[in-house]
Design a protein around this ligand. Structure first.
Ligand code: GLN
Length: 274
């Protein structure tokens, strides 16, 4: 029923069956894959009204993750707020790159510190803490609201005792860390207006706008990178589809060796620096 309502609006665009499952499961507070076992006679009229409201919002163009305030990333349910980007599947390439680095440098049990600049919902650090049992994580974000969202996620997922999420301006606030990760704003200012509506209207501009050439944040972070990285440490940057050469060049100029990681579409998505 719900899927039909969404399908009638979106046609072959989008994923009406999946969207309606996620929306209904969120209202009923159950796992989406357990929906088929649910006895629909138990749905209260208040829940019914909420489902209707969620469907109306979806039909009006609001992304599912914004409506339910959560998105799955690396198998974890990440809570969102208006101040955080919705985590993208592409960003899992960054998590994989960091894990591969640990595998090449003494294994996943190493006791190291990892900092994330522009941490948003904290998705990257939360994924890393779930895979690396001994790391300590520090997430900084320009937005106090984002830092709070990340802190709440860490609390709910059981990572509060080895993480710290603070409001902070890039790396200026940092002492030395072993691993630095960042998915900074990297969209060129002039193309923001042409982004998909779900991004343009619902993701925070602070997390997207990378300045005239999209590289402003990388310049600031890389200028400070030698001071911030402990000896033997490494940095990992997510980059836009056409930016890996420019970001690699900035890193090489600053004296780092670089390595490229591609996403499933073959696009250079993460630049690693040592
Ligand atoms: N990948 C995001 C997008 O396509 C942009 C994220 C960013 O600027 N870091 O909208």
């Amino acid at each position: 029923m719900a899927a039909k309502r969404l399908a009638a609006v979106f046609g072959s665009e989008g994923t009406p069956a999946l969207d309606s499952r996620l929306l209904i499961a969120a209202v009923l507070d159950i796992e989406p894959n357990r929906l088929s076992l649910f006895d629909y006679r138990a749905v209260s009229s208040a829940e019914r009204l909420r489902i209707e409201d969620y469907l109306d919002r979806r039909i009006a163009g609001e992304p599912v993750a914004r409506i339910i305030g959560a998105r799955e990333f690396w198998g974890l349910s990440i809570g969102l707020s208006p101040a955080t980007l919705v985590p993208r599947p592409d960003t899992e390439v960054l998590v994989e790159a960091v894990l591969a680095w640990f595998d090449r440098h003494g294994g996943r049990e190493r006791v190291l510190t990892v900092a994330d600049l522009g941490t948003g919902s904290g998705a990257i650090l939360l994924a890393l803490m779930s895979a690396l049992p001994e790391i300590t994580a520090l997430g900084l974000d320009l937005s106090e609201e984002a830092a709070t969202t990340a802190r709440n996620n860490a609390e709910r997922l059981g990572f509060a005792d080895r993480s710290l999420f603070l409001r902070g301006d890039w790396s200026q606030a940092l002492a030395q860390v072993d691993v630095l990760v960042s998915n900074p704003p990297y969209i060129r200012s002039e193309v923001i207006a042409g982004l998909a509506r779900e991004v343009r209207e619902f993701d925070p501009m602070l997390a997207l706008d990378g300045g005239a050439d999209g590289l402003d944040a990388y310049r600031v972070i890389i200028a400070d990178l030698e001071r911030v990285l402990a000896p033997g440490g490494a940095a990992f940057f997510e980059v836009g589809y056409d930016q890996h050469e420019s970001v690699s060049a900035l890193l090489k100029e600053a004296g780092f060796d670089v390595r490229l990681h591609r996403d499933l579409a073959g696009i250079g998505r993460v630049v690693e620096a040592e």
